[in-house]
Design a protein around this ligand. Sequence first.
Ligand code: 1GP
Length: 252
Amino acid sequence: MTTLTSTSIYDSIVAKKNARAKQFAILVDPDSNDNAGFIAKEAQCANVDLIFIGGSILTNGNIESCIEVVKSETDIPVVLFPGNTLQINDKADGILFLSLISGRNPELLIGKHVIAAPVLKASAMEVIPTGYMLIDGGSPTAVSYMSNSTPIPSDKADIAVCTALAGEMLGLKTIYMDGGSGALSPISESMISKVSEQISVPLIIGGGIRTPEMAANACKAGADLVVVGSAVENQNGSRSLIPEISEAIHSV
Ligand code: 1GP
């Protein structure tokens, strides 16, 4: 399938934000490749805005085959959410070029980016500069361990606001606040609200969002784009969460 119109992924995110339309991204972990086709098919029917692909670590997954499976079922733009430089693959339409601004690990602030830059320059992928902020979600997560960084405490909204502001002032085009995959608690509405009031770039929220209500609440608090991974991946039985969460987000 073809993947993109002439509008860039980022321009589309901004246009929807400006139109006050909330957006839904599903995170597909390549290690759960078995589900990827089914998830992509459901996402297509449910008007999901973006599909993110990536993970903190890959044990048996393959990024390229995961992208191909997803693209065989949908024309929703596929954006890499890379856990490391090994996950860069130019079969995707775009990449969140993540700088871990909540941490103080220089490799994830700028080091890996220097390695990745020429590879991205040579690819056709759209690069979306992203200030990535890890927020404590109530338990240690793979991303906090793998990134060797300390999340921002969940009750320190002032630190989150200042960090997001600094990211925007540095020229990052979006801020992604993440509780980490499978977070016990999603990022609080209070923190989302305070950050969204202070920044003008799109605000992405993810981590621990498991229900349509949680997704809608994040949007009402100020999220422009909500990311759901584990809940969709782990759904079982006949009920699919994808249409329900999509409806909840797009109705806000
Ligand atoms: C993790 O924000 C994403 O980086 C999604 O988190 O898997 O908890 O939905 P969940």
